[in-house]
Design a protein around this ligand. Structure first.
Ligand SMILES: Nc1ncnc2c1ncn2[C@@H]1O[C@H](COP(=O)(O)OP(=O)(O)OP(=O)(O)O)[C@@H](O)[C@H]1O
Ligand SMILES: O=P(O)(O)OC[C@H]1O[C@H](OP(=O)(O)OP(=O)(O)O)[C@H](O)[C@@H]1O
Length: 298
């Protein structure tokens, strides 16, 4: 980290050095045209085309570095921001749409607790010590007695804890549920839902550059979320068509040689596009064309 002291003119941007968020972060950087070359095993990479240095850190440490103002920008999970108790110290600029998961209380399917209240006074294994401790403090207090739920810290493979006799339940992340099911567990409560986020320091050293990077990343995310649709429709159905494809501001309507018809183009949400095309066909729209958006600013 000596190198950081030699980089006062560059904005520092922390990205997960490995794990679940790493690859998606690299695609996002590529989409935002942040060009860098990372030397083997070096955790700092200078960006060639912007005054930025990327710092590759464990996802779990990024919220702390951004919150303390050591780096201006970072990408990590909302779960990690909560675990670092950094919600008030960082600005969440943008949800990135990947790394979606839930932090859940899980117990053995066979003879496990039916609800979280039944875990009061028992042992819970987790790597989310802060969040779990706050959660079970509340549950213990509501139970009213003097029994305290015991937290056992484990750094990984948390799902093995119950089978190994270390704990009666666990708190860990669930996405597809495969890991949980394979370990003979099921979830009885969701503590929080999470996804990857772009976060910024509350007092960035390079505020203008923070805006530039945030704008670029917003563009990449919007481009992934939307597609561009173009179609012809009878002018008398323009109101219905505008209702189906309202666009972000309004649809673009262009005249055609045939005065009874217009051409319409608009950005539409990708995840609903088949329904949108069905609805357009139903009002007689023709020549419906769909285009991928490579990048955009919205
Ligand atoms: N199964 C999953 N599906 C989606 N997102 C996940 C999943 N597991 C973790 N994440 C997200 O990715 C973040 C980093 O998780 P990961 O397990 O990669 O962390 P890590 O402990 O730093 O990496 P490693 O396990 O390689 O040491 C989590 O905080 C969470 O936001
Ligand atoms: O519901 P699923 O889709 O099965 O995902 C959940 C698993 O993913 C994460 O671990 P990861 O695989 O990243 O490994 P780790 O235990 O080393 O963190 C998490 O800790 C769970 O174990």
């Amino acid at each position: 980290m000596e190198l950081i002291k030699d980089l006062p003119d560059r904005l520092l941007f922390a990205v997960p050095k490995k794990g679940r968020l790493h690859t998606s972060c690299l695609s996002l950087l590529e989409g935002a045209d942040i060009q860098f070359h990372r030397k083997n095993r070096l955790d700092i990479a200078l960006v060639k085309n912007l005054p930025i240095a990327l710092v590759f850190l464990p996802a779990g440490d990024i919220a702390k570095f951004v919150g303390e103002g050591n780096v201006d920008l970072g990408i990590t999970g909302q779960d990690m921001v909560a675990e670092a108790e950094a919600q008030d110290k960082v600005s969440e600029i943008l949800e990135l749409g990947f790394g979606k998961c839930r932090l859940c209380v899980q117990v053995p399917v066979k003879n496990g607790a039916a609800k979280v209240e039944d875990l009061v006074g028992k042992r819970i294994a987790t790597s989310f010590e802060g969040i779990s401790s706050n959660f079970f403090k509340d549950i213990d207090a509501k139970a009213g007695g003097d029994k305290k739920t015991e937290l056992v810290f484990v750094s990984g493979s948390v799902e093995a804890a119950c089978a190994l006799g270390l704990a009666d339940g666990i708190v860990d992340l669930v996405e597809s549920g495969e890991t949980m099911q394979a370990a003979g567990l099921h979830d009885i409560e969701t503590i929080l839902s999470s996804q990857a986020v772009l976060i910024a320091s509350r007092k960035p050293k390079h505020p203008e550059l923070v805006q530039t990077i945030a704008g670029r990343i917003k563009g990449v995310i919007a481009a992934q979320k939307y597609v561009y649709i173009n179609y012809n429709v009878e002018r008398k159905f323009l109101k219905e068509a505008s209702h189906i494809t309202p666009g972000r501001q309004a649809p673009t309507v262009s005249p055609l040689e045939n005065p009874d018809w217009v051409a319409v183009s608009s950005m539409v949400l990708k995840n609903n596009v088949a329904q949108t095309m069905d609805d357009l066909e139903a009002i007689g729209a023709r020549d419906i064309l769909l285009f991928a958006i490579q990048n955009c600013r919205v």
